[in-house]
Write a protein of this length. Structure first.
Length: 196
């Protein structure tokens, strides 16, 4: 009889342990489901933001209507052309603010070194473009002269190559590059930069 009671107690103990284990498993599953649900909600919100940004970029295209169709020009194309044009001006050391230049350096190390549109943003509406360029200038060049040359070069390049009307080129001078050893650029380019 004693052995039977001991066996029954053991079974009840195992049953209680099993019920406790099942309850703990349910609690863990509920906690995991709550965490996964939160992660899914955060991922959905983040993907919604990314999707909204992508839609904004897709909508920021220029449309050039021709007699037999139309041409869509993506803002990235305008940004690259404006960036290339700005870099060609004597006195321009680099494009972009501090953060953009850091990302560019990282991209270059990884092997993605196309930074021709770095420091340039474009807003397109129909066949018009408003452009913003962020510059780092070389020390020794007259800021006003360099920015006017950049503005003229960007307007000329975008209008001639793409047929868009440039309504504005806003320029931000973010930094001045001071060389570690000696003067920057050649004397002729520096002299051209001093012209007002």
């Amino acid at each position: 009889m004693h052995a039977q009671r001991t066996g029954e107690a053991a079974v009840q103990g195992y049953a209680q342990d099993g019920a406790g284990a099942v309850e703990r498993a349910r609690d863990l599953a509920a906690d995991a489901a709550e965490r996964i649900g939160g992660a899914v909600d955060r991922a959905a919100a983040a993907s919604g933001v990314v999707a909204a940004q992508m839609v904004g970029r897709l909508r920021n295209n220029a449309e050039l209507v021709a007699e037999r169709g139309s041409t869509i020009v993506a803002n990235e194309v305008v940004e690259k052309i404006a960036g290339i044009a700005a870099r060609e001006v004597p006195g321009v050391y680099d494009l972009g603010g501090d953060v953009a230049r850091i990302f560019s350096a990282v991209k270059e190390r990884v092997g993605f070194d196309d930074d021709s549109d770095q420091g340039v943003s474009v807003r397109l509406e129909g066949d018009t473009a408003a452009i913003r360029v962020t510059l780092v200038l070389e020390y020794g060049f007259v800021v006003h002269s360099v920015t006017e040359m950049v503005r003229a070069k960007v307007i000329g390049s975008v209008e001639n190559l793409l047929g868009l009307e440039v309504t504005a080129v806003d320029i931000v001078v973010d930094d001045i590059h001071v060389p570690d050893n000696g003067p920057v650029g050649d004397d002729e380019a520096r002299a051209a930069g001093y012209q007002v």
